[in-house]
Design a protein around this ligand. Structure first.
Ligand SMILES: Cc1ncc(COP(=O)(O)O)c(C=O)c1O
Length: 378
């Protein structure tokens, strides 16, 4: 998984944390600075011009932003304290009385928050399945934001980013792509015409299920939208703490390696489940039979992500029995960590089919994972 367009490649950039060495000690790990405030000299000049107050100035946050912005081929990046904080920051740029067009069937938390927000602010919200381009074109009209998520969670639908960018330009909207399930290692939505890319960095980017984080990156750092986002984060204070940024960078150092293993494990599992007689259907863009495979192959490189869903044959109770028998797949929400997880999404979100199981595939031995699925599907 090398990227020759970048110098250095993503593997090297991440492994070396962008070359960060502690200038005081030569330590090969960036130091954790916990101070929230920094002293000034006798003339009241800051001892270090970039260190005044931790809400404004945090070296670790800047390093993480820089690494991720390079990976996304972005002009600038912003880390926020969670994926939802990043989503809310973008939506809050829409004025009262504005309009948002948002993909339906995406991460439930994003849909729920945006619905409530739009109702409060008299913003029209149009929800549409953006993986169906003609459906999007039918509802397209002037808007501030066109929001898509690809691959989507939990249905793993692929949305054509370049086609949506064209629609966004026609209606004067900024195209924002939630690329959480892809990670910046296998997809760079800005290269396909998106204006902003968003991640829940809690997931694959961190990869160890121990940090909440959100990330935004842009194509045009001087544009009004990005300047508004930057000012809002700075002034309203939606910043990460130092320790979270330190943990995030520590996790990110193995991101390309983890994604390689997780993508190959996920594909092997999807192919196995597709031929399993207790399985009704498998949702994964890496499968040649998947409706989004062709588009996904165009906008993802080196894999199709670690998230997949499948529907078991039989009732809700049969699906729950399967989940109950799993030993290696931990019964927990979230995705993108090194440990494999299973989620009966209907329990959380009742519009999801009650026989759908979502898997977040980790880095374990593939034979062990397939054995666990086989014994749980008996
Ligand atoms: C696709 C997607 N976007 C955004 C989020 C929200 O991220 P966070 O939990 O970091 O707030 C999630 C969380 O599951 C997600 O799956």
């Amino acid at each position: 998984m090398t990227d020759r367009k970048n110098t250095p490649s993503l593997d090297t950039l991440f492994a070396q944390a962008n070359g960060a060495i502690d200038s005081q000690t030569g330590g090969v790990v960036p130091p954790l600075q916990s101070a929230t405030t920094f002293v000034r000299d006798e003339n009241y000049d800051p001892l270090s011009p970039n260190h005044i107050y931790a809400r404004d100035d945090n070296d670790l946050t800047r390093l993480g932003e820089d690494m991720l912005a390079q990976a996304e081929h972005a002009e600038d990046g912003l880390l926020l304290p969670s994926g939802m904080a990043a989503i809310a920051a973008v939506m809050r740029t829409v004025p009262n009385g504005g309009r948002i067009i948002m993909q339906s069937g995406i991460y439930w938390g994003a849909t729920k928050w945006t619905r409530d927000f739009c109702a409060r602010r008299d913003i029209e919200l149009i929800e549409v399945d953006c993986s169906d381009l003609s459906a999007l074109q039918q509802v397209a009209q002037p808007a501030q934001i066109l929001w898509i998520e690809t691959p989507s969670n939990p249905y793993l639908k692929t949305v054509d980013i370049a086609a949506c960018a064209k629609v966004a330009r026609e209606i004067g909207a900024a195209l924002v792509v939630d690329s959480t399930a892809a990670t910046p290692v296998i997809s760079q939505p800005l290269d396909h015409g998106a204006d902003i890319v968003m991640h829940s960095a809690t997931k694959g980017i961190n990869g160890h299920s121990d940090v909440l984080a959100g990330f935004l990156a842009c194509k045009d750092a001087q544009g009004e939208l990005w300047q508004n986002l930057k000012t809002d984060r700075h002034d309203a204070g939606a910043v990460m703490g130092s320790f979270e940024a330190w943990l995030l960078i520590r996790g990110m150092r193995t991101l390309p390696l983890r994604m390689e293993r997780m993508c190959s494990n996920a594909l092997a599992i999807a192919e196995h489940l597709e031929n399993h007689d207790r399985v009704e259907s498998v949702l994964y863009p890496g499968l040649k039979s998947d409706a989004g495979h062709e588009v996904a192959s165009r906008q993802m490189a080196g894999g199709f992500g670690s998230l997949l869903s499948f529907c078991t044959k039989g009732s809700r109770e049969d699906a729950l029995k399967t989940v109950g028998k799993m030993k290696l797949f931990k019964r927990a929400t979230s995705l993108g960590g090194v440990e494999s997880l299973v989620e009966h999404r209907h329990t959380i979100e009742d519009t999801v089919p009650d026989n759908l199981l979502r898997l977040s595939v980790g880095i374990e031995n593939i034979g062990d994972l397939i054995d666990d699925l086989n014994q749980s599907l008996t």
